[in-house]
Design a protein around this ligand. Structure first.
Ligand SMILES: [Fe+2]
Ligand SMILES: [Fe+2]
Length: 439
């Protein structure tokens, strides 16, 4: 079955073409073409329908309504390349199963497409990240697991399907500090069945993989709300948003369900592949972990600041990177230099009242101890200690995330780099180093 792709711009066309085989896409270029064919459509004809908002919202909303009545069982997605078109609630009300804002939703969009299609339709195998602690030694796995090598972007078999997951394999993961593995996307259900079986005997009701996924999707809903052009801007609504944000922190980040020690959680949190919502989720987790380990009293604030620190970069093309590049033109540079303040502005527009310390952490997360950071170039103790901890968590994530063509950096190597760039004060740096040396 094909995906029905409506009104795609060149940019989205090349993205979808890279994910799916050519014969798995039915392109509709114009309104006229859509209306001339639509009478033949029914459920079972397409794996999914995707409409870009390139022809303006009216047409996209009409497509949503028409498809909902003709093919109610077929998943339908809307894609917005422009923030101004992103009226998520209205779009969903008009029949769409999900709405994606680019570039931040690129990864989520590709996942949604991969799970709607049969594996044969995919141009390349699609992998799902799982957390290694979810695999129990001596159990039998009904799916093959892989390790990801970012240097040549390869996935190597780690343990074969139907083999026992031996103690030796489990030890190997610990020894080489591998916090996450991958399974073929088509084996997702097998993986969930396996963890459900394993969890039966545990007191915890969710696997680590599912926890991570839930946190990521909750952050995505929260950001959706922040970016929604038509969403409510009242103090009550802002309060509600803030409460759900605190709920996420206590459920997934610093709550009683989180018993594992610093190093185990650290390894699990780093080494992901995406820069989208996982950046937000992981920086928040890392900031809280470092906060606890370094004796900060502002752990919840650190986690909250981690969620929102880069909200304003949602429309910043990922391929530009996250460090100031001398080749950027003035406009791009300005967007980047302004993002700490802009992130706060986005949150404020929705009338969310952040704890004042969290606000300061977000504003100062790119300041450096040596005074060479931005936006203000503040130095030394003028930078809140927790803003430095957030900066540590943020840089840690950038440095350890898997990047195609680059070897994965270990936590110690990352700390080494951070130690040399002037961003942290000597006292904090020593404390952070001692966290790793103790081991
Ligand atoms: Fe940032
Ligand atoms: Fe960041």
């Amino acid at each position: 079955m094909k995906v029905l792709a409506i009104a795609f711009s060149e940019e989205l066309k090349s993205l979808l073409s890279s994910a799916l085989k050519g014969d798995a896409i039915h392109w509709i270029a114009t309104k006229d073409q859509f209306f001339s064919e639509v009478d033949n459509y029914n459920d079972g004809m397409f794996s999914a329908v995707v409409c870009e908002l390139s022809e303006g919202p009216e047409f996209a909303l009409e497509v949503g309504q028409v498809m909902r009545s003709l093919c109610p069982q077929t998943p339908s997605f809307a894609c917005a390349l422009d923030k101004k078109e992103f009226a998520a609630k209205t779009i969903r009300k008009n029949g769409y199963s999900d709405v994606f804002l680019f570039p931040i939703d690129k990864g989520s969009f590709l996942e949604a497409i991969a799970s709607a299609m049969t594996p044969e339709a995919l141009a390349k195998r699609s992998y799902k990240r799982i957390m290694s602690p979810d695999l129990q030694a001596k159990s039998k796995l009904s799916f093959t697991t892989y390790v990801h090598l970012p240097l040549n972007n390869k996935y190597l078999v780690f343990a074969n399907k139907d083999e026992e997951f031996t103690d030796k394999k489990a030890e190997k993961l610990t020894k080489f500090q591998v916090g996450s593995l991958y399974v073929d996307q088509k084996d997702s259900n097998r993986f969930y069945e396996y963890v459900a079986e394993q969890m039966k005997s545990a007191d915890n009701s969710l696997s680590e993989t599912e926890r991570g996924e839930k946190l990521k999707s909750s952050i995505r809903s929260m950001f959706n709300e922040l970016f929604d052009q038509n969403s409510e801007e009242s103090f009550d609504h802002g309060k509600e948003l803030m409460e759900s944000c605190r709920g996420l922190v206590s459920t997934y980040i610093v709550g009683p369900g989180q018993k594992t020690d610093f190093h185990t959680r650290l390894l699990r949190t780093i080494g992901g592949v995406g820069m989208d919502y996982s950046h937000s989720a992981d920086v928040s987790t890392l900031a809280a972990l470092f906060g606890i380990a370094l004796g900060s009293k502002k752990v919840e604030e650190l986690a909250i600041a981690g969620f929102f620190h880069d909200v304003a970069l949602a429309s910043f093309p990922v391929e530009y990177g996250y460090e100031i590049n001398p080749q950027w033109d003035e406009a791009i540079k300005k967007t980047f230099l302004d993002h700490p303040q802009q992130s706060l502005n986005i949150v404020k527009t929705k009338k969310m009242i952040l704890p004042p310390e969290a606000e300061k952490m977000i504003f100062q997360h790119h300041e450096k101890f040596d005074g060479k950071g931005f936006p203000k170039g503040q130095a030394g103790d003028r930078i809140l200690l927790e803003a430095q901890i957030l900066s540590l968590a943020d840089q840690f994530h950038y440095l350890t995330v898997a990047r195609p063509g680059q070897a994965r950096m270990s936590p110690l190597e990352a700390l080494e780099v951070i130690g040399k760039n002037g961003s942290l004060g000597p006292a904090l740096l020593n404390q952070a180093r001692s966290l790793f040396n103790k081991k």
